[in-house]
Design a protein around this ligand. Structure first.
Ligand SMILES: Nc1nc2c(ncn2[C@@H]2O[C@H](COP(=O)(O)OP(=O)(O)OP(=O)(O)O)[C@@H](O)[C@H]2O)c(=O)[nH]1
Length: 374
């Protein structure tokens, strides 16, 4: 999945990857998620523009460009199951799926639909993010830092393996950026140099902010692979694919178990919710039963100060008080004084196997309903 700021060269990079894979006789499957792109210089198998009309969405919903992209993505996200279905059907014959994303990166990465699309893909296929950086525009420490912070936030949001791709290296070598990422002191020196040269543009608050951030980003750099490419000339594309293969291993090693853990936790929570609902149901039924049994109120004092029963909780309080007063518990403590008979609660308990797993064929349908997967 290719992400990056507007103009960083995502589409050109996609075009280069496509050409490279075709040359190797491993044609990729291509998905375009940019609703606002005008010309895509390669064939797409799935294109968001086929299902939503960006211009029309802006008009219909009275939106600006970014709102238009977000809404298109939201509409597309509702069809993600169908997209996954197509991809999964194709998967056995595919070596790679390439996904292009909108240049308005925040619309994609920070929107709910962006997360839905990313999570859906990542739960079905080994997914790697390629964060494209416009190298010639990153030679100043401040633009470099903004790019790295963006990449960092995407990494922490998606938790997917990420490769930083320094693009346009035919116009600007990326060695300086690689050094800044591996040697903190080189970055500090560049900061100082800019301060002197630019007459204090990065001095004061900005300078010290970047200084601290570069220290913080050190940890983030450890999680990345970095490659330099030129989408224009094709230089570095082999290195990129090598990095992808190593990141796929990382996906299998780190991401998949996390995914499995999250899935199990979701299921466990669902089960707990179900049990909680059943417990509530049981509690309600006990109250309903005890009040509907219509025991005569013994020694009931009727006084002006006695509160009226308005709510279920009031009723519960009142009944338990009453039980303490006039209907004492048996001394062995095995019975709360309300459940002597084969009551509805008993039958529900049996239906749920809470009585040690004894079968009760009479309530089978209810049991089946409760145990049925949802
Ligand atoms: N010199 C050079 N220019 C490049 C390279 N890759 C892309 N460009 C140029 O950068 C500009 C933007 O490229 P795109 O591929 O349209 O960038 P994008 O990220 O898809 O842009 P958006 O769709 O607006 O987000 C174009 O003029 C490209 O020709 C490269 O490797 N070298």
């Amino acid at each position: 999945m290719v992400v990056g700021m507007a103009g960083s060269g995502k589409t050109t990079f996609m075009q280069r990857l496509n050409a490279h894979l075709h040359q190797k006789k491993e044609p990729p499957y291509i998905v375009n998620l940019d609703p606002a792109v005008k010309n895509v210089p390669f064939d797409r198998h799935i294109d968001i523009r086929d299902s939503v009309n960006y211009k029309e969405v802006m008009k219909q919903y009275n939106l600006g460009p970014n709102g238009g992209i977000m809404t298109c993505l939201n509409l597309f996200a509702t069809k993600i199951d169908q997209v996954l279905g197509i991809l999964e059907k194709r998967a056995p014959t595919l070596s790679r799926i390439l996904v292009d994303t909108p240049g308005q990166i925040e619309c994609f990465v920070w929107s709910a639909s962006g997360a839905i699309v990313t999570d859906a893909l990542a739960s079905s296929f080994p997914t790697v993010l390629a964060y494209i950086v416009d190298t010639p525009r990153t030679t100043s420490t401040s633009t470099f830092m903004s790019n790295m912070l963006y990449a960092c936030s995407i990494l922490y949001k998606t938790k997917l393996p990420m490769i930083i791709v320094f693009n346009k290296t035919d116009a600007q070598d990326a060695l300086f950026a690689k050094e800044w990422m591996t040697d903190f002191e080189t970055f500090q020196a560049a900061l100082r140099k800019e301060e002197e040269k630019e007459d204090g543009v990065n001095s004061g608050y900005m300078g010290s902010l970047m200084n601290s951030m570069s220290l913080m980003l050190d940890e983030f750099y450890n999680h990345l692979d970095v490659v330099s490419v030129s989408s224009m000339t094709g230089a570095g594309i082999d290195d990129f694919f090598k990095a992808v293969d190593s990141k796929v291993e990382e996906y299998k090693r780190d991401y998949l178990p996390e995914l499995e853990k999250a899935r199990k936790e979701r299921e466990k929570r669902k089960e707990e919710d179900k049990n909680e609902q059943i417990d509530k149901l049981m509690a309600d039924m006990k109250v309903a039963e005890s009040s509907s049994r219509g025991k005569p109120r013994k020694n009931k004092k009727v006084s002006a100060s006695e509160p009226e029963i308005d709510t279920l909780s009031d009723a519960m309080d009142s009944d338990s008080d009453e039980a303490m007063e006039g209907d004492p518990e048996p001394e062995d403590g095995t019975n709360d004084g309300r459940m002597e008979d084969d009551s509805l609660v008993d039958r529900y308990e049996r239906a749920l196997h809470r009585d040690g797993g004894k079968e009760d064929t009479t309530d089978e349908s209810f049991m089946r309903y409760l145990n049925a997967p949802r």
